[in-house]
Design a protein around this ligand. Structure first.
Ligand code: SF4
Length: 69
């Protein structure tokens, strides 16, 4: 399964939980806002990162376009 990652930077508080849980897919940029390092990933860690984001700033969509997390 390939997941598409979307971050709403206006919601991100920059604590970096996503980058800790899925460092290959997320990083916190110099402005303190999370960035997706890749647009898509097959690593289920992206689901955990989205679920653990305290601000609900991460959405993950599956190959059918359904929101998976
Ligand atoms: S876990 Fe959420 S609030 Fe924290 S840095 Fe990542 S996107 Fe931003």
């Amino acid at each position: 399964m390939t997941y598409r990652i979307v971050i709403d930077g206006s919601l991100c508080s920059g604590f970096g939980t996503c980058a800790e849980l899925a460092p290959d897919q997320f990083e916190v940029g110099p402005d303190g806002i999370a960035l997706a390092r890749v647009g898509e990933s097959d690593d289920p860690a992206v689901l955990d990162a989205a679920a653990q984001c305290p601000m609900g700033a991460i959405a993950v969509f599956d190959e059918a376009g359904e929101q998976a997390a």
